[in-house]
Design a protein around this ligand. Structure first.
Ligand code: HEM
Length: 475
C-alpha cells in the first residue's frame, strides 16, 4: 500500500527516516509558501505529504476533492498527536471532537441554540463589547501612535463569548485579571503550542513540562467553574420551571434541550459544549476581525465605501449601536468580509479520516487515510480563482459568484460538520467592524513590515497586527 501512495503526486524529496517532515521550512510564511508551491507546481488538486516514513497524508485543495470528503461522513482524525485528540482534556467529546452517534445527538440538541431568534439579542452584547473596545482604542487615535490590535480584539471576543455562553459578566477588556478569562487564554495558547511541538504530544511528557502543568491546571479550573454555573442554573430551572432571565444564554438552551427519548444533557455534556464554544468561538472571530481590519487598512478605497455605507445606515439616529435589522443592509461590508475570509481564513486547515474508498482524480484512496483540507490553499488555487491573490470583494457579488462551485470557498467548512457558529461569528465581526469604522479610519504603519502569517490552529500574525488610527474628522 505504501508503494501505491508513493506513486501519487508528491514532493519527491523523501527521507526514509522522516518522510517529508524535514522539508517543512522553519519560518511560518515559508511553510505556507511550501504548501502553495506543491499546489502550483506538483499537482493542482491534492498531493501526498509523508508525516514520517510510513504515514501518508492526503493534502487536498481543489473543490473536486474537498467536496467528496466534506460531503461524506468522514470522521475527525483522532489518535496520537492529532489536533482533535490534543483538545480532549479541555473540551472533551464536544461538537468539534466527537464522531458518529455522539456527535449526531449533540448536533441535533445544540442546533436550536444557533437559531436566528436566539442570535438576535446577542447583537447588543457585541455592541456593548464594541463600546469598550472603542474606548480602549481612543488614546491611540488621540496620539496617532501605532498599536497592536490583536491583544485588544482577543479580549473583546473573549468577553463576548463568556457573556453569550455562560452569562459570565466580567469587564475583562478593562481589567484582564479575571481568572476564568485568563485560564481560557492559557488553554488556547498552551494547546496551540502543544500542537506545533512534536515532543509535547505524548501526554506523560507534556504533563511534566511547565506548559503541560499549566494546561491541565487550567482545564481543572475551567471545568470546575463551568460545572458550578451549570449546576446552579439547573437547580434554579428545576425550582422555577423557567430560566432566570428573559435573555437566554447557551447554558439555558442546553439545559432545556431534550432528545427524542426525552433525555436531557448531563452536566459533563453541557460543560464540554460550553468549553467547545470557548475554544471555537473567540480566537477564530478575533483572527477574522484582525485580518479584516488589515485588509481595509491596505485597501482604503473599500474602507471608505464601508464608512459611507455605515454612515448612511445610521443617519439621523441617536446611537451608533448596530441593530439586528442593520446587519442585512451592510452589503459592501459583507463582500469585503467574504474576501478577507478567502485570503485569510481563520481556520486554515482541518482534518478527516476516510471511512470508505474515495476516488480522487481517478485514484482510489483507501479507507483509514488521513486527509488534510488546506482551506487556505483551496482559497488561492489558481485553477479555481482568477487573480487569486488580489483583494477584490466584487468577486462575491451575485453576478460574479453565480455558478461558482460552493466547495471552492469554505472558511466555515461545509457539509454536515460545517461551523455551527457561522452566523454568530459573522454578525459579531460585522458589528465590531462597523463600529470601529464609524469612529475611526484605520491605516497601516509606514515602515512597519507586513504581518507574518502563522497558520497554527487559527491564522495568526507572528509579528502582531500593528495599525494606526485617525479620528474621522467629517463626523
Ligand atoms: C470567523 C469565525 C469562525 C470560523 C472561520 C470558523 C470556522 C470553522 C470551521 C472551519 C469548522 C470545521 C472544523 C473542523 O472540521 O474541524 C468549524 C466548526 C465549528 N465551529 Fe466554527 N468558526 C468560527 C466561529 C465560531 C464560533 C463563534 C463558534 C461558537 C460560538 C463556533 C463553533 C464551532 C463548532 C461547535 C464547530 C464544530 C461543528 C460540528 O462539527 O458539528 N465557530 N468552525
Amino acid at each position: 500500500m505504501l508503494w501505491f501512495f508513493r506513486s501519487l503526486p508528491q514532493d519527491k524529496n523523501f527521507s526514509f527516516l522522516l518522510g517529508n517532515l524535514q522539508n517543512i521550512p522553519k519560518d511560518p510564511e515559508s511553510r505556507i509558501a511550501y504548501g502553495r508551491y506543491k499546489m502550483d507546481h506538483v499537482n493542482s488538486k491534492f498531493n501526498i505529504f509523508w508525516q514520517g516514513p510510513i504515514e501518508p497524508v492526503v493534502v487536498a485543495y481543489h473543490p473536486d476533492v474537498v467536496r467528496t470528503v466534506l460531503k461524506s461522513s468522514a470522521p475527525k482524525a483522532r489518535g496520537f498527536g492529532r489536533i482533535y485528540e490534543l483538545l480532549l482534556p479541555w473540551i472533551g467529546e464536544g461538537l468539534i471532537t466527537s464522531n458518529g452517534s455522539v456527535w449526531q445527538r449533540s448536533r441535533r440538541l445544540i442546533t436550536p441554540a444557533f437559531h436566528f431568534d436566539m442570535l438576535k439579542p446577542y447583537v447588543q452584547v457585541y455592541n456593548k463589547a464594541a463600546d469598550k473596545l472603542l474606548r480602549k482604542m481612543e488614546p491611540f487615535a488621540d496620539s496617532g501612535s501605532e498599536f497592536d490590535f490583536y491583544p485588544l480584539i482577543t479580549l473583546c471576543t473573549l468577553e463576548v463569548i463568556l457573556k453569550c455562553a455562560l452569562s459570565y459578566d466580567v469587564d475583562i477588556q478593562s481589567k484582564d485579571k479575571d481568572p476564568y478569562a485568563q485560564s481560557t487564554r492559557h488553554l488556547t495558547e498552551k494547546f496551540a503550542k502543544r500542537a506545533r511541538t512534536i515532543w509535547y504530544w505524548p501526554t506523560f511528557i507534556f504533563k511534566r513540562t511547565a506548559d503541560g502543568r499549566k494546561f491541565f491546571e487550567c482545564c481543572d479550573y475551567a471545568h470546575s467553574v463551568a460545572e458550578e454555573i451549570i449546576e446552579k442554573r439547573r437547580s434554579q430551572l428545576e425550582k422555577d420551571g423557567k430560566p432566570q432571565s428573559a435573555h437566554l444564554d447557551f447554558i439555558d438552551i442546553l439545559l432545556m434541550a431534550r432528545d427524542e427519548d426525552g433525555q436531557a444533557m448531563t452536566t459533563t455534556e453541557i460543560r464540554n459544549e460550553v468549553d467547545t464554544f470557548m475554544f471555537a468561538g473567540h480566537d477564530t472571530t478575533a483572527s477574522g476581525t484582525m485580518w479584516f481590519l488589515y485588509c481595509l487598512a491596505k485597501h482604503p478605497e473599500y474602507q471608505t465605501k464601508i464608512q459611507e455605507e455605515v454612515d448612511a445606515l445610521l443617519e439621523g439616529r441617536d446611537s451608533d449601536h448596530i441593530q439586528w435589522s442593520d446587519l442585512s443592509e451592510l452589503n459592501v461590508l459583507s463582500l469585503c468580509l467574504k474576501e478577507t475570509l478567502r485570503l485569510y481564513p481563520p481556520v486554515p486547515f482541518i482534518q478527516r479520516v476516510l471511512k470508505e474508498e474515495t476516488v480522487m482524480e481517478g485514484h482510489v484512496i483507501p479507507p483509514g487515510t488521513i486527509v488534510t483540507i488546506a482551506i487556505m490553499h483551496l482559497h488561492t488555487n489558481a485553477t479555481v480563482w482568477e487573480d487569486q491573490d488580489d483583494f477584490r470583494p466584487e468577486r462575491f457579488s451575485w453576478e460574479e459568484a453565480k455558478g461558482r462551485d460552493s466547495f471552492s470557498y469554505v472558511p466555515f467548512s461545509a457539509g454536515p460538520r460545517n461551523c455551527i457558529g457561522q452566523h454568530f461569528a459573522t454578525d459579531e465581526i460585522k458589528v465590531l467592524i462597523s463600529r470601529i469604522l464609524r469612529k475611526y479610519t484605520v491605516e497601516l504603519v509606514p515602515g512597519r513590515p507586513a504581518p507574518i502569517r502563522y497558520a497554527q490552529g487559527t491564522l495568526q500574525s507572528e509579528n502582531g497586527m500593528w495599525l494606526q488610527l485617525k479620528h474621522r474628522s467629517s463626523r
